[in-house]
Design a protein around this ligand. Structure first.
Ligand SMILES: NC(=O)c1ccc[n+]([C@@H]2O[C@H](COP(=O)([O-])OP(=O)(O)OC[C@H]3O[C@@H](n4cnc5c(N)ncnc54)[C@H](OP(=O)(O)O)[C@@H]3O)[C@@H](O)[C@H]2O)c1
Length: 244
């Protein structure tokens, strides 16, 4: 079984690849075991998918994920009938972020490809919230969305689920996957500040608009699927241990 992974150098891809048996990887940058290709231009995709029985699509960009996924799907169809495994995000059809609209389209391309497929939606990664807090803390305060909870998950937990899905039969829509705890964003911000030593006042902001309303409504959490095991505290502690 040949497994192709896109997005191998990303946050999720780095956790996934060690769980797979000698996967082929697509990257824009050359390196050992990599097939060089670009989802934005289509270059190298036919070589990357040739002979693949499973394609785990983790690549993403701030813009253009729909077109990129379309190019991958077309290349996969030219190559045969590989099982497409796509990682998506909980609630993207209920929160009108432009990035999420792209992902909804990408999901449609995968599910309508005529190829065997599996889509897993996960909640926000711990890394995303940590990066967000680190960026906003530079302003001297920690702004958070008032009345909004998150259910962050470790990429290792998501990677383990994806690896199992890649090894199994196509599932179509598979149950979503959330982190172990649903917690107010302010609570997560205080945890981040306490753990990293960058103490800042947490400032709740009630933002107008459909996007903030979508997050307040909890469209992006999956409390019935709190399958991840690594808490935000454990994630921050293990990251600090690696850095020290
Ligand atoms: N972040 C979250 O909280 C979260 C939550 C749930 C689901 N997800 C989903 O999980 C997936 C992975 O997210 P991530 O945070 O790991 O992403 P990431 O760290 O931003 O990594 C993006 C990856 O995409 C690759 N890539 C970007 N443009 C490319 C192109 N034109 N051609 C080929 N490869 C390209 C990059 O590879 P090279 O630069 O090496 O080419 C990189 O490996 C995404 O689909 C995301 O929507 C994310």
């Amino acid at each position: 079984m040949t497994v192709l992974v896109t997005g191998r150098t990303g946050t999720l891809g780095r956790a996934l690849v060690p769980l797979l048996d000698d996967p082929r990887v697509l990257s824009r940058r050359a390196g050992p075991g990599r097939v060089v290709g670009d989802l934005r231009t289509g270059a190298g995709l036919d070589d990357a998918v040739a002979g693949a029985s499973v394609i785990v699509h983790c690549a993403t960009a701030p813009r253009g994920d729909s077109a990129a996924t379309g190019r991958l799907v077309e290349a996969a169809r030219r190559a045969g009938t590989p099982h497409l495994v796509y990682i998506s995000i909980v609630g993207i059809d209920r929160i009108p972020l432009p990035y999420y609209r792209e992902k909804v389209n990408a999901e449609r391309l995968v599910s309508g490809s005529g190829l065997p497929w599996t889509i897993l939606r996960a909640t926000q990664f711990h890394d995303l919230l940590a990066t967000l807090f680190a960026t906003t803390a530079r302003a001297g305060v920690l702004p958070v969305l008032a009345g909004t909870a998150f259910q962050p998950i470790a990429v290792d937990d998501v990677a383990a689920r994806l690896a199992a899905l890649a090894a199994g039969p196509p599932q179509g829509w598979t149950p979503p996957m959330g982190g172990p705890e649903v917690r107010p964003m302010g609570d997560l911000a205080r945890t981040w500040a306490g753990t990293t030593g960058r103490r800042r006042p947490v400032v709740p902001l009630r933002l107008p608009g459909a996007i903030a309303r979508g997050y307040r409504s909890g469209a992006h959490v999956a409390p019935g699927h709190a399958d991840g095991v690594v808490t935000f505290e454990q994630f921050l502690a293990s990251r600090a241990a690696v850095r020290s």
